[in-house]
Design a protein around this ligand. Structure first.
Ligand code: MG
Length: 468
């Protein structure tokens, strides 16, 4: 009893010391002077624009992400750079449209377990770039950028990797029917995807009910162990991609069914990561970005998410396929607010390199732009185009508030694209749901968009596809 009292007294004294604001501020200030910031990117899979409380969902509870948004900058116009998983991940890690790296494919293929290709070794990932400044680097969660030598996480700049090699509905087993992929109904023998750590299988099939928890433990451990030097953590969640699994602590707890359970567990995970940064005294020297790789997988019905008021979902170049939640958090550096400046995951590469003092790589076109002014100063950016690719084909382009669709196609279930000549034109500020075509009224806007596309295409050297 006495021993317990002593332990309790000592721990409250220590807790008190840790809470002295002056000490925390001094520690953070000295960290700022002496070292570049840590970077944490948390990347959900198939989470839609409308799936978080802070983006208007009525029945999924996301208190940690809502708090992160209230303390940080919540973007209304944040884009994934592709409409499906693999190209979106390639774009985030390289700062380039996947058309440039061979990571886009016109036949709607993503990397399957039997694919021969993957992210080419010549591509420079954010992890590789930050390592040049001594960053410790970790990948936790889904990879889906290749399983062969040269393309794996440890080959692409990550010191540590724990996670699935691809989507949780894909399998290394040749005897499973191809149709098993993408179905929320398990194949007869169950899902068989392996959990890998630094390229070695640690569990197969992975117990998917424990994935979010185990990912989170690995992420928190990495933060704790690397608190004394700059690090980059790329935390790419497996969920809410189907098949959906939640741990016993979260299963059945959400009013939104199993989809809500997985999102609420993901929200818990975000809270754990932010708390680990605070506990380590490095929150004031860490940029955290939360976003999603593409929109919701609508054909999964209640097991897919919601794009809120945006049209369509994953797989399409309507807004619901590529506009996603985007939250940036850095206590003391990012002022709380909401930004409607259009930005994309490709902007993270040059932004993080600038923060770390790493020169941009030469000999390649980068499509992202340093958005530090938006993050830290509430600045706007000069008007710049954003290109919506479906595979290797350019379907649409946004410039300012206007978006022109040259082709449209539902993410799934519409066998052929519909071409639009003249293109459809929407004002996304007035009409975020893309309902009212304004092309006849704005020939000047269409001309400006056509000029932007011509300049973009002049810069393109299409790499041979890596997704065979
Ligand atoms: Mg995805």
């Amino acid at each position: 009893m006495l021993l317990l009292r002593i332990i309790s007294a000592v721990s409250s004294l220590l807790g008190g010391l840790l809470l002295i604001p002056g000490a925390t501020a001094a520690r953070a200030a000295s960290a700022r002077v002496s070292r570049p910031p840590n970077v944490v990117i948390i990347f959900a899979d198939d989470l839609g624009y409308g799936d978080l409380g802070c983006y208007g969902h009525p029945s999924i509870r996301t208190p940690n992400l809502d708090r992160m948004a209230a303390q940080g900058l919540r973007f209304t116009d944040f884009y994934a750079a592709a409409e499906v998983c693999t190209p979106s991940r390639a774009a985030l890690l390289t700062g380039r449209y996947p058309i440039r790296s061979g990571m886009a494919n016109d036949t709607r293929r993503v990397l399957f377990p039997n694919s021969k290709g993957g992210l080419p070794p010549a591509e420079i990932t954010l992890a590789e770039a930050l390592k040049t400044k001594g960053y410790a680097t970790a990948h936790v969660g889904k990879w889906h950028l290749g399983i062969h030598e040269g393309s794996r996480p440890n080959d692409q700049g990550f010191d540590f990797s724990l996670g699935l090699p691809y989507s949780n509905d894909m399998d290394g087993r040749p005897d499973l029917p191809r149709g098993a992929s993408g179905s929320p109904t398990p194949p007869k023998d169950g899902w068989n995807v392996a959990l890998l750590q630094n390229g070695k299988v640690v569990e197969q099939p992975a117990d998917q009910t424990t994935l979010t928890r185990r990912y989170t433990e690995a992420a928190v451990k990495f933060v704790r162990e690397h608190a004394g030097a700059p690090f980059f953590l790329y935390f790419a969640h497996t969920f809410p991609h189907v098949p959906l699994f939640a741990s016993p602590e979260f299963k059945g707890r959400s009013r939104r069914g199993i989809y809500g359970d997985t999102v609420e567990e993901l929200d818990w995970s975000v809270g754990q990561v932010l708390e680990s940064l605070r506990t380590a005294g490095i929150a004031e020297n860490t940029l955290v970005v939360f976003t999603s790789d593409n929109g919701p997988w609508l054909p999964q019905r209640a097991q897919g998410g919601s794009a809120g008021l945006l049209r369509e979902g994953k797989g399409s170049t309507w807004e619901g396929g590529m506009r996603v939640p985007g939250i940036a958090w850095w206590p003391g550096r990012i002022q709380p607010g909401v930004s409607s400046v259009p930005v994309s995951t490709m902007d993270l590469f040059p932004t993080c390199l600038a923060l770390a003092g790493v020169p941009l790589p030469t000999g390649r076109v980068l499509d992202g732009q340093d958005i530090a002014g938006v993050l830290f100063g509430g600045a706007t950016l000069p008007e710049r185009p954003f290109f919506y690719y479906r595979g290797e084909r350019l379907f649409a382009c946004r410039l300012g508030d206007f978006k022109a669709h040259f082709s449209t196609q539902a993410g799934y279930g519409q066998p052929k694209a519909e071409k639009h000549e003249p293109p459809l034109l929407f004002n996304l500020a007035i009409d975020p749901s893309e309902k009212f075509d304004l092309a006849p009224q704005h020939p000047d806007v269409l001309e400006a968009i056509n000029r932007a596309i011509a300049a973009h295409e002049a810069s393109l050297e299409r790499a041979p596809t890596q997704l065979n």
